[in-house]
Design a protein around this ligand. Structure first.
Ligand SMILES: [Zn+2]
Ligand SMILES: [Zn+2]
Length: 371
């Protein structure tokens, strides 16, 4: 309680006071950004996607760095964090069992759950037996307090010393970084369960929100994450801001990560489509010519679903053909081209179907509602 009250209090008073009195250099701010990123990514790529969800495998060097970075972020050791988080997914929104259930309000899911020993947050390591075997995590668990002090005091002070001011290092790299990096992560438990779209599922309160993704190293696509929790990505499109995903993938190129798990495009698209269908059906009931609209909706939905399945089949065939060895025989080359062409054909059909579907959903907003 003292820690979580005093650190923000000092961060909003001492940090600006020191800045106005003595000033911060570009170097001091660089240390802040560096440590902020280190803490953030250690939580999202390490604590969350690697250890809580096993979405990929990581080299010991990387696991060591994440363990140290997580202690720097002062978010408890991996055992406690991952155990709580696995319970959060298993019992999401259950106020008795989800340690940070959003159903108990913004404050509780943001930080309240940490400030008091609630029964929902009682320690139970029965769900992290796999993690307890990792020697790096055993080491982190054993020396957690020493690591926290080292990373939050010694490291910022040393980096500050290198830049000419120990106090400036402690202010920005220590205090301000600690408070901001903590609250940014807490947003995933609070705001990402309240503000945004339920793109893939309504089974949990989790939301997709690109604004939260910007602040949380890509964790804002939280509805996707709760629907497909073992995917190493949270933002699935290339334009989705998900630096955690980019880091995991780039590390795979140099052998630091492996076995990256992805959900198939068919499962993703089917989930999205079903969600749109369900919402549109609900809307139909409120419109004046409900029966006609529902029949059209059902028809388009079935056709789009069939095209989607067909597309997935052809896509798989094309990917298999692309990776197969060609022994310079003409008929093999022709076969490959035929597979490619039929895949492109189905892809085009899918594009048209999707367009029709979007237009149909759009047209619902023009139909008058029943008074
Ligand atoms: Zn998760
Ligand atoms: Zn969640």
């Amino acid at each position: 309680m003292i820690l979580f009250t005093l650190t923000p209090l000092f961060a909003v008073t001492l940090v600006p006071w020191y800045g106005f009195t003595y000033g911060y250099s570009v170097y001091d701010w660089a240390v802040f950004v560096l440590l902020m990123g280190f803490c953030g990514i250690s939580i999202t790529a390490g604590y969350h996607r690697l250890w809580s969800h096993k979405a990929y495998k990581a080299h010991p060097i990387l696991r060591f760095l994440f363990a140290v970075g997580g202690a720097c972020a002062l978010q408890n050791d991996v055992f406690n964090w991952a155990s709580d988080h696995r319970r959060h997914h298993a019992f999401v929104d259950n106020n008795e069992k989800d340690p940070y259930s959003a159903g108990r309000g913004f404050w509780f899911s943001h930080i309240g759950w940490i400030l008091h020993n609630y029964p929902s947050g009682s320690q139970d390591f029965s769900n992290i037996k796999d993690l307890q075997k990792d020697p790096i995590l055993q080491w982190q668990h054993k020396h957690y307090l020493a690591l926290v002090l080292f990373m939050n005091i010694a490291v910022p002070a040393f980096l500050g010393y290198l830049g000419g001011s120990i106090v400036a290092g402690l202010m920005l790299g220590g205090l301000l970084r600690l408070v901001l990096s903590q609250h940014v992560t807490y947003l995933i438990n609070s705001l990402a369960h309240m503000w945004g779209k339920q793109t893939f599922s309504e089974k949990s309160s989790a939301r997709d929100n690109p604004v939260i993704a910007l602040l949380t190293y890509g964790e804002g696509y939280h509805n996707y994450h709760h629907t497909f929790q073992w995917d190493y990505r949270n933002g699935i499109r290339w334009w989705h801001y998900d630096p955690t995903k980019w880091l995991i993938r780039s590390c795979a190129w140099v052998g630091l990560t492996s076995d990256l798990k992805r959900v198939s495009p068919l499962s993703i698209e089917t989930a999205r489509l079903e969600m749109q269908y369900r919402k549109a059906t609900e809307r139909c009931d409120t419109l004046s010519n409900a029966d006609t609209l529902r029949a059209r909706l059902e028809d388009e939905y079935q056709q789009l679903k069939q095209t989607l399945d067909l597309w997935a089949q052809h896509r798989q065939q094309w990917y298999a053909a692309k990776s197969s060895q060609i022994h310079d025989q003409l008929h093999e080359k022709w076969e490959k081209i035929a597979v490619r062409d039929s895949y492109r054909e189905v892809r085009y059909q899918l594009k048209l179907r999707r367009q029709r579907w979007r237009e149909l959903l759009q047209s619902f907003s023009d139909v008058p509602q029943i008074a």
